[in-house]
Ligand binder design. Structure first.
Ligand code: SF4
Length: 319
């Protein structure tokens, strides 16, 4: 059994003079009988899939089957290239990566559910940012993904990663907490700093409801993936600057679960309340499930030209 709490995991990792990622990989190896090398290879394959999903929507227009979302990753990519973004190139690139994976998911493309398909854009965006900006190796990314995995297991064991059970805080919130931990690890942070970053992210996203328009994992999910990536990266920097979480990760996880359980059913993936319940959300739902196709959102999108694909230093073609 994986230790129940983050406190126990951090303590055991410390006793073993290792980090959360190695601890999680060893544990997975012992549980499944697979060698540690095999576990690492499986994580490396997931990272490769993540990188493709994070770049696909930047390279070409990718629309969801419903037509509700798509093409935004190419827009943000083109904007990033202009060099005028107030939040900086790193941040808008991360946004484009996160939106890309969400678009690929909604088009029935291949993604890694990390921890869920709805929140599939956040970890790829953060890992790809490190690979682009810091030249982080695949081996280091595997460690970071394992750190994220350890934190995800703790959230799953003590709360939930399901929007239907705990709202979007449990999906994009969990993904952003995991991604922040991965980022802190890659920046040289300790296990307790990784957990601090996760706690801060969960505090920031506490109460976020699950309210997908037409019950589809599209609106507002694509925007929340983008913001989850930004939240993870900025929180990682905050923690590496020396900011500590006054609330332990375990307690933030418990709070998230309690808040999630207190949400009304209309705000837990039923497509009834919140953004789904707005007049426009309801109209879009009728269009998706009626006979009026969604066409208006496609009009102002165009296929990116070759020179618009890249925002410069970071974006690679394909992998
Ligand atoms: S709004 Fe709901 S369906 Fe969409 S990402 Fe959040 S939890 Fe998932």
């Amino acid at each position: 059994m994986f230790p129940r709490t983050a406190k126990e995991v951090a303590q055991m990792a410390e006793e073993q003079h290792t980090h959360l990622g190695t601890f999680a990989i060893r544990h997975e190896s012992e549980e499944t009988g697979a060698s540690e090398e095999a576990v690492r290879a499986a994580l490396a394959e997931q990272i490769r899939i993540m990188k493709v999903s994070a770049t696909e929507g930047r390279r070409r227009l990718v629309f969801s089957l419903s037509g509700l979302i798509g093409g935004d990753s190419t827009k943000v990519s083109a904007y990033a290239k202009r060099g005028t973004a107030i939040s900086g190139e790193v941040m808008v690139d991360a946004v484009a990566y996160a939106m890309s994976s969400s678009e690929v998911n909604a088009s029935m493309g291949r993604i890694v559910a990390a921890p869920t398909a709805g929140a599939c854009g956040i970890l790829p965006a953060v890992l790809k940012t490190f690979s682009d900006r810091r030249g982080t190796s695949e081996e280091e990314l595997v460690d970071a993904l394992a750190v994220a995995g350890a934190m995800g297991i703790i959230i799953g064991q003590n709360a939930t990663i399901s929007g239907a059970e705990g709202g979007c805080q449990a999906e994009t919130g969990a993904a952003a907490a995991m991604a922040a931990g991965a980022a802190v690890h890659l920046l040289g942070g300790t296990p307790s700093q990784c957990l601090d970053s996760g706690a801060i992210v969960l505090m920031n996203m506490l109460g976020l409801v699950c309210d997908p328009v037409a019950g589809l994992v599209e609106i507002p999910c694509v925007y929340r993936n983008a913001q989850g990536a930004v939240n993870a990266l900025t929180t990682a920097d905050m923690v590496m600057a020396g900011v500590r979480s006054r609330i332990p990760f375990d307690e933030a996880v418990t709070a998230m679960y309690e808040v999630g359980r207190s949400l009304s059913e209309a705000l837990r993936e039923t497509g009834i309340g919140g953004i789904a319940g707005t007049p426009t959300g309801q109209r879009l739902k009728r269009q998706v499930f009626g006979d009026a196709p969604i066409t208006e959102v496609h009009k102002d999108y165009k296929q990116p030209r070759e020179e618009e694909e890249s925002s410069g230093t970071g974006f690679e073609k394909g992998l």
